[in-house]
Design a protein around this ligand. Structure first.
Ligand code: GLU
Ligand code: ZN
Length: 542
């Protein structure tokens, strides 16, 4: 068989040569140790935390080594593409501060010398390499129905890789030139397969940063390298793109591990050097006491849009993800409470090898911590910008009452031990409802209401006090007069001698004013509400 002739027959219009292409993708000029990583999403669904986790690792490995992080849109599955997914991904990366240094905006700006950064714009490149492999006798056309895409692509979707196509069974390997010509004349569609030389009894070796040297069975299937729509499947595009674009570490999900031997065979056929991989574990979720796989349908907290809608600060999400990536982060954070998380340094080797568990309680705790360090002013700006996107009905109020709301946000804040209560902006108005309206109901037992009323009427004399110390001294005095203990030790010893202690008195005041048994500093609340409002609330209760 004249393979060169076959290549021309199959790809008569593809004149671009591999040599010409490689001139356009020179080796990158990198400093010692600098890593080039990428995030390569398929725009077939909306970005979720698992994708973000991976992008985050990839970006961090590049940033810490002084390398390059780039975004490549793997948009070759046109049937499954979701409109707007690519630009959504860019926005997420931008919002969370893990912006790629090289990227392309759809139909617009290209930043970087290694583009196009959309696979759908690289089709001439893939075809040139496929044509070369055919010309070298390493690949052949397959006219089987199966290769038309339907069956095999479905399998690829499910298993992320084509199975069930073993070389010896493929009659197309041995078609004569005449048969091929006849098929082409008859208008039959074809895919291109790589002729496997693999022997499953032998091993192939590759290196994974987390798992070390991996030995697996060689691939022996004639995998498709160009589908009948002339687009490459993932494994071929991976070899060509990561090589030309100068990736040094392929950070990708663990689900790709089983198909790596086939990828290696493609690299070898193309004469490319093997890649270093970092197959990251997949996130699972805590469901009661159990751990299970995440489900896009069930787990609403998987969608990145959830965090934006609920108003989690992006820093908090990044800190949480850093925690998932590397548990050493928490120790570092405790030692360095005020440094930005980006100062934390980890070796790619220390990325967790076990599936990290998405635990919203932990996420919320981290977020409380992050928010507690913001100034009231910062909180206000974040709250307003969240409202502008997700709570329009509150925007007008926030803008008008900027000063008051900032003061409310400042309750128990900007102190050495700030209060840790807010973990997302959407909870603010509920959490502080008593600062924006009178209590709707009171957290008090029926049998305590009379005692509470007694306290309120005694309290009416102290409404004008403006210093916290004086106010509390007066409350204590009042408590003593009413028969409450002002000394906790004495109260503990003989509780029967008192109606309760000062804390009980404060609780009554708090319930009448805020409706709640627990609240931040009551004096700050009273001062912010103002005398008239407090008087009205005391009356309302009585
Ligand atoms: N487009 C592939 C995916 O979304 C990329 C895998 C990779 O990062 O190489 O699963
Ligand atoms: Zn075939």
């Amino acid at each position: 068989m004249d393979n060169k002739k076959l290549a021309e027959l199959l790809f008569p219009d593809n004149k671009l040569t591999v040599e010409e292409i490689e001139k356009k993708y020179p080796k990158r000029n990198l400093t010692e140790g600098a890593q080039v990583t990428r995030f390569a999403p398929s725009p077939t669904g909306f970005m979720h935390l698992g994708n973000f986790f991976q992008a985050f690792i990839s970006a961090t490995v590049a940033r810490m080594s002084g390398g390059v992080f780039y975004l490549r849109n793997e948009d070759t599955d046109k049937k499954r593409e979701v409109a707007g997914a690519c630009s959504y991904i860019m926005n997420v990366l931008f919002d969370y501060g893990i912006m790629p240094q090289e990227y392309e905006l759809k139909g617009g700006e290209i930043v970087g010398e290694y583009g196009p950064y959309y696979q759908s714009e690289r089709t001439e490149i893939y075809k040139a390499y496929v044509k070369k492999l055919v010309a070298e006798g390493k690949a052949f056309p397959c006219f089987c129905e199966k290769s038309e895409g339907i069956e095999e692509i479905k399998q690829q979707r499910e298993k992320k890789f084509a199975t069930g196509y073993v070389s010896e069974h493929d009659a197309c390997r041995n078609l004569s030139m005449e048969q091929i010509e006849q098929n082409l004349k008859a208008g039959k569609k074809f895919a291109i397969r790589l002729k496997s030389n693999g022997n499953p009894k032998e091993k192939v070796e590759f290196y994974d940063i987390l798992k070390g040297t991996i030995k697996m069975e060689q691939n022996s299937k004639d995998v498709v390298i160009l589908k009948s729509d002339f687009l490459p499947p993932y494994h071929f595009a991976h070899a060509v793109d990561d090589t030309l674009m100068g990736t040094t570490v392929v950070v990708r999900g663990e689900e790709w591990l089983p198909s790596t031997p086939a990828h290696i065979e493609i690299f070898e056929a193309l004469g490319f050097e093997k890649m270093t991989y970092l197959h990251n574990p997949l996130i699972c979720i805590k469901d009661g006491e159990k751990k299970r796989k995440v489900s896009k349908r069930k787990d609403k907290e998987l969608a990145m849009s959830f965090y934006a809608q609920e108003g989690y600060p992006t820093d908090a999400v990044c800190e949480y993800v850093m925690n998932l990536v590397n548990s050493g982060f928490e120790i570092w954070r405790n030692k360095n409470p005020m440094l930005p998380y980006t100062e934390y340094h980890f070796e790619p080797l220390n990325v967790t090898a076990n599936s990290p568990v998405l635990d919203m309680n932990k996420m919320n705790d981290i977020s409380k911590d992050v928010i507690s360090k913001y100034t009231a002013q910062q909180c206000f700006e974040y709250l307003l910008s969240w409202a502008k996107n997700f709570s329009l009905e509150n925007v007008e109020y926030l803008e008008r009452e900027r000063e008051y709301v900032t003061k409310v946000l400042n309750i128990d804040r900007e102190k050495p031990k700030p209060r840790k209560d807010i973990f997302k902006w959407s909870m603010f108005f509920d959490l502080f409802d008593y600062m924006f309206g009178k209590p709707g109901h009171y957290e008090i037992e029926e049998e305590e209401t009379d005692a509470c009323k007694e306290v309120l009427s005694a309290y009416e004399k102290f409404l004008d006090i403006s210093s916290k110390d004086e106010w509390f001294a007066k409350i204590k005095e009042m408590a003593g007069t009413l028969g409450y203990a002002t000394d906790n030790a004495a109260f503990k010893k003989n509780p029967e001698n008192f109606k309760g202690n000062v804390a009980k008195v404060c609780e009554f005041l708090r319930v009448a004013i805020t409706g709640r048994k627990n609240s931040p500093d009551l004096f700050e609340i009273i001062s912010l509400l103002g005398k008239d409002e407090v008087v009205e609330r005391l009356k309302d209760f009585s």
